[in-house]
Design a protein around this ligand. Structure first.
Ligand code: ATP
Ligand code: MG
Length: 561
C-alpha cells in the first residue's frame, strides 16, 4: 500500500504489538478503520485513521477500511462515498481491502444459528419496556426473561421464521444467553439480532433482521483476521462481550485494545450532534468550513499533512482529555508557512491617493513568492497613483508604538515606496475617514533606502486601485463559544453556537495575479493570515477566499524587516 510518510512515535499500543511479534503470537499486523456510514468523518476519526493506517504502515502490515453498516435506518451511500474521499485525502490507501459488515450478513446469521444450537442464544418476546425492566441497574442484578428456557429446537424455528419475515418489526429479538446477574450490563443477555424492515444501501430488502453492532463488529474483525482491533475507551465495558462471542463461536479471536478518543476545544465531535447542526441549517453543510469534519477542514484549507502531524503530536494514550484547538491551528500554520505563496490583500479598503505620483502612470515591483523558498519564483505587483490599504493600518490619533499610518506619519508600502500621510479626507455627513492623501519618496521604490535617509519602522500591505481584483472573503471563528461543551450539560449545542463564527466581506481587494488561483490553492496574505480559494463557491477568475487561520504575532515580525 502506498501511504504517506507516517511518523509513528512510541505508544502503549506499539508496545503491545512489539510483544506480540516478539512472542510469535502474530507474524504480521492487520488493523482496520471501521466507520459507521451514518455521517461524515470528523477530526476524531482522523486520530483513529492515522493510528490504524499508521501502525499498519509502520509494521508493514495492512489496514482494512470496513464500513460498519448494520443500521440501515441511519446509513446512506452518500456517507460511504464521503468517507472514502476523506480517508484518501488524508493520504491513506486500503487497496483491495475494502469491506462491509453487510458482506458478512450470511456468515453472521450462521453464527447466530450456531449460538442457538449451543444453547447460548434464545429468542425473546419481551417488549422493549419489559426488557428494560428486567435488565436491572448498575446496583441491582437483572431478572431472567421468561423466554430464556425455550428449547434449542423452538429457538431455531423462531429465528428462521424471524429471518423469513413472519413476525412484525420489534416483536421479537435474538439474545445471547450470558448472565443476568453480571455486574457488567453488556453481559446481561444482550440483543444480537432484531427485526427491522428497512432497505439497506447494499443488501436492499434481502434481510428483515439485522445484527446489533456488538455482534457484527467483533465477528467482522475475526473474519478479516484483524490482529489488533483498536477502539475508543467507551468500548472497554464491551470487551468482555467481544471476547465472549469469539470464545462461544470458537472463531479466530482478535485482541481489542482501547485508547482515549480525541476531544477538541470549542467544538463537538459526535456525528449525531453534527448532523443536527446540518439539518437545522446552523451551518451550510457537512463541509462548512467551521465544522470539525474532514470535509469542512479541507474546504477551510487545512492541509492533510497538518492533520497527520497533529494526530502524531497529540499521541495515543489511555486517559480522556480535551486538546486545545490552537494545537491543531499551529500544525496548520507550520505546514502553510512552508507551502503557501505570499500575496497581498486588503480586507477593509481605505483609499490612498499618492498626490505627487503622475496621473495615469503605473509601474511594477518584483517580490518573491516565498521569502524562504526562492524556487517558488517571483511575482510582479503593480503600483499606481491610487492604492488601497487596510483601514486598520490607519489611526487618526495613534499611540506612539503604532508604526503604521497616521497624520504626518511615514510608512513603507511592502515592496514599494515610503509614503507620508499629508491630509485626511472625510465624508462630510458622517465624518468617517474616506481617503488619505499622501506623498511618496521617489528614491525609495522596491524597498530601497537611500543613504542617510531615516528608516521607517512600519511596513504595510496594499493593492493598486486600478489593478486589484475584488473578491469575497470569509473570516471564520470558533463554531462554539465555550471551550468545553461537554461541561455544559444543561445547555444544548444550539445555545452554545458562536454567533460571530462567520464574517463575510463582500469586497476585499487582492493582487491581480490571484485571478488565476484554483480552488484549494492557499496563500499567505501578508500580515493577515492564510487564505484558501473556496472549492464550492469560487468561479473561474472570481475566487472566493476562506481564511484558514490567522498569523501569530505577525505585526512584530513584519515590522522588523
Ligand atoms: P461519533 O461518536 O462521532 O458518532 P462513532 O464512534 O460513532 O463516532 P464510528 O463511525 O463508529 O463513529 O467510528 C469509527 C472509528 O473511529 C471507531 O473505531 C471509533 O472508535 C473511532 N473514533 C470515533 N470518534 C473518535 C474520536 N473522537 N477520537 C478517536 N477515535 C474516534
Ligand atoms: Mg459508533
Amino acid at each position: 500500500m502506498s501511504q504517506p510518510e507516517v511518523q509513528m512515535g512510541p505508544n502503549f499500543i506499539r508496545n503491545i504489538i512489539d510483544e506480540d511479534l516478539a512472542s510469535g503470537k502474530h507474524q504480521t499486523v492487520i488493523t482496520r478503520f471501521p466507520p459507521e456510514p451514518n455521517g461524515y468523518l470528523h477530526i476524531g476519526h482522523a486520530k483513529s485513521i492515522c493510528l490504524n493506517f499508521g501502525l499498519a504502515s509502520y509494521y508493514r502490515g495492512r489496514c482494512h477500511l470496513r464500513f460498519d453498516d448494520t443500521n440501515p435506518v441511519k446509513e446512506e451511500q452518500e456517507y460511504i462515498d464521503a468517507i472514502k474521499e476523506d480517508v484518501r485525502w488524508l493520504g491513506f490507501e486500503w487497496d483491495e481491502y475494502e469491506f462491509h459488515a453487510s458482506d458478512y450478513f450470511e456468515t453472521l446469521y450462521a453464527y447466530a444459528e450456531k449460538l442457538v444450537e449451543k444453547d447460548q442464544a434464545f429468542v425473546c418476546d419481551l417488549t422493549p419496556d419489559e426488557m428494560r425492566e428486567y435488565r436491572g441497574t448498575l446496583t441491582e442484578p437483572g431478572k431472567q426473561s421468561p423466554f430464556r428456557g425455550r428449547s434449542v429446537e423452538e429457538n431455531l424455528d423462531l429465528l428462521r421464521r424471524m429471518r423469513a419475515g413472519e413476525f412484525a418489526d420489534g416483536s421479537r429479538v435474538l439474545r445471547a444467553k450470558i448472565d443476568m446477574a453480571s455486574p457488567n450490563l453488556n453481559l446481561r443477555d444482550p440483543i444480537i439480532y432484531r427485526i427491522l424492515r428497512a432497505t439497506h444501501p447494499r443488501t436492499g430488502d434481502a434481510w428483515c433482521i439485522y445484527p446489533m453492532y456488538d455482534f457484527a463488529h467483533g465477528q467482522s474483525d475475526s473474519i478479516e483476521e484483524i490482529t489488533h482491533s483498536l477502539c475508543t475507551l467507551e468500548f472497554q465495558d464491551h470487551r468482555p462481550l467481544y471476547d465472549w462471542f469469539c470464545e462461544a463461536l470458537e472463531i479466530y479471536h482478535p485482541q481489542q485494545i482501547e485508547f482515549a478518543r480525541l476531544n477538541l476545544t470549542y467544538t463537538v465531535m459526535s456525528k449525531r450532534r453534527l448532523l443536527e447542526l446540518v439539518n437545522e441549517k446552523h451551518v451550510s453543510g457537512w463541509d462548512d468550513p467551521r465544522m470539525p469534519t474532514l470535509s469542512g477542514m479541507r474546504r477551510r484549507g487545512f492541509p492533510a499533512a497538518a492533520i497527520r502531524t497533529f494526530c502524531e503530536r497529540i499521541g495515543v494514550g489511555k486517559s480522556d482529555s480535551v486538546i486545545d484547538m490552537t494545537v491543531l491551528e499551529d500544525c496548520v500554520r507550520e505546514e502553510l508557512d512552508q507551502s503557501a505563496p505570499r500575496a497581498m490583500g486588503v480586507l477593509r479598503p481605505l483609499k490612498v491617493t499618492i498626490t505627487n505620483y503622475p496621473e495615469g502612470a503605473s509601474e511594477e515591483f518584483t517580490a518573491p513568492c516565498h521569502p524562504k523558498n526562492p524556487e517558488m519564483g517571483c511575482r510582479t505587483i503593480p503600483f499606481s497613483r491610487e492604492i488601497y490599504v487596510d483601514r486598520d493600518d490607519f489611526m487618526e490619533d495613534p499611540p506612539k508604538k503604532f508604526f503604521r499610518l497616521g497624520p504626518d506619519r511615514e510608512v513603507r508600502l511592502r515592496y514599494g515606496y515610503i509614503i507620508h500621510c499629508d491630509e485626511i479626507i472625510r465624508d462630510p455627513a458622517s465624518g468617517e475617514v474616506t481617503e488619505l492623501r499622501c506623498s511618496y519618496d521617489p528614491e525609495t521604490g522596491g524597498g530601497k533606502l537611500p543613504e542617510g535617509r531615516k528608516k521607517v519602522k512600519g511596513i504595510i500591505h496594499w493593492v493598486s486601485a486600478a489593478h486589484a481584483l475584488p473578491v469575497k472573503v470569509r473570516l471564520y471563528d470558533r463554531l462554539l463559544s465555550v471551550a468545553d461543551p461537554a461541561g455544559e450539560k444543561q445547555r444544548d449545542d444550539r445555545e452554545l453556537l458562536n454567533p460571530d463564527s462567520l464574517e463575510q466581506i463582500d469586497k476585499a481587494l487582492v493582487e491581480p495575479g490571484l485571478a488565476t488561483a484554483e480552488p484549494g490553492d492557499a496563500f499567505q496574505f501578508e500580515r493577515l493570515g492564510y487564505f484558501v480559494v473556496d472549492a464550492a463557491d469560487s468561479e473561474p477568475g472570481r475566487p472566493v477566499f476562506n481564511r484558514v487561520v490567522t498569523l501569530r504575532d505577525t505585526w512584530a515580525k513584519v515590522a522588523e524587516n
